[in-house]
Write a new protein. Sequence first.
Length: 456
Amino acid sequence: MALYRHGNELLPERREITGSIVRHYDYASRIRRGKRFGRLSKRRLSFWMFLLALLFLIYLSVFDVKLQLHGKFGRNSAIRDASLENFGFEGLGNPRPKHRKQHFPCDVDFVESVDDVIEPKDRMNFTQFSLEYIDREENPEPRFGGHQTLEERENTFYSRNQTMHCGFVKGPDGSPSPGFDVDWKDKEYMNTCRIVVSSCIFGSSDFLRRPTSKKIGDYSKKNVCFVMFLDEQTISKLSSEGHVRDDRGYIGLWRVVIVRNLPYIDMRRTGKVPKFLSHRLFPSARFSIWLDSKMRLHTDPMLILEYFLWRNGSEYAISNHYDRHCVWEEVLQNKRLNKYNHTAIDEQFTFYQSDGLTKFDPSDSNIPLPSYVPEGSLIVRAHTPMSNLFSCLWFNEVDRFTSRDQLSFAYTYLKLRRMNPDKPFFLNMFKDCERRALVKLFRHRPDGLPPPAASD
Ligand SMILES: *[C@@H]1O[C@H](CO)[C@@H](O)[C@H](O)[C@H]1NC(C)=O
Ligand SMILES: *[C@@H]1O[C@H](CO)[C@@H](O)[C@H](O)[C@H]1NC(C)=O
Ligand SMILES: *[C@@H]1O[C@H](CO)[C@@H](O)[C@H](O)[C@H]1NC(C)=O
Ligand SMILES: *[C@@H]1O[C@H](CO)[C@@H](O)[C@H](O)[C@H]1NC(C)=O
């Protein structure tokens, strides 16, 4: 399905652009028809036509959701191509449609300057325990995520000293690497990082977007690792487009790290390795910021850490979805857009319901999260035990079930909270408009990603 190839924010954009094309067509054809009538009636007629068009516009803006959902315009190729986010993209030749449901960035009250940023001393408030990771299994069929049983899975949710599955699981001695191999030189570099900004492109699914250099201060340029994970296919495509690494391995601020032996056939699932497991890839890092490749970083990372973590003592920050709050809606949406094998979605969703996942209830004043659906394209985290545990748990869901991480976020968080009622986890779910203020948004490279294998 072509729809696999676009970003995970397809519907709102499609809908909005559909709306504007339809409106425009409608208005123009009415005006043209108007010209056939005599001069006398023309004025009056155009007044009525204008009124009619206006009413129709209003009608459309109210009902175009439904039109779209009934698929009347869903096969239009101009529409298919339009998986851009609807604010702040730098156009690639398409005119910017009017009348879209806009999502604006909001003001974010960053400190004035990086000099004012104070990294907090170790906070004794964070839940302390020791987390270790299973390095090797004797199973003759090695998998990157290992072979965790459901019983083992259940026990990993307790925030206590434990050794758990969290990717990078080797097979018996002499078996091939589980995947996600990087050069030892890169490994050495990654081991030195204390603060990381990272992103990835696999399977040539996107263009390369360098952080806006003039927005990044000298302190961050010296002290923050900006790491872009690419596979060989992507780097050769980017090189052919003129993004060539300098002799230190950099393209702009990005230090390029080539990943070989990708652990999954599904590139989206492979992308979840750097997205969730930065504490494993950067074992000395204390803080990290994950950035989806559709965004250009437009804000100094120190200001981001200060605002989302340090200022109010959070250890994990992620934005909520701009449109959907309930996992039930997210499931429907994933099916509607054919984002994934429907049977696999149902299996995951049924499992979650049987294990206590409930609908999002905005009227509940004790609601544990402002939304059950995240917009996971920007994640800011301190590498604390709870934050690392949550990252591993979430990764294991994506490894076991579908790679659609928006389906597993709330379940994982709520179960973690439920099983550790006295152990706080300071998660800050911030507003999507704040995410929009930190970055520039783009569409993904059209038709970049091959569809995942059906079984994956
Ligand atoms: C620890 O957290 C509590 C709230 O959970 C807060 O009132 C207190 O100020 C925090 N202490 C420190 C040292 O941050
Ligand atoms: C957990 O591990 C830490 C560090 O390894 C150790 O100091 C602590 O005693 C352990 N706690 C328990 C309950 O075993
Ligand atoms: C930090 O602020 C956000 C947004 O105001 C809030 O949702 C979150 O609970 C706060 N976190 C802490 C630990 O106070
Ligand atoms: C979809 O997923 C189910 C369950 O995971 C699997 O049995 C089935 O083969 C998959 N369908 C396709 C078309 O791959």
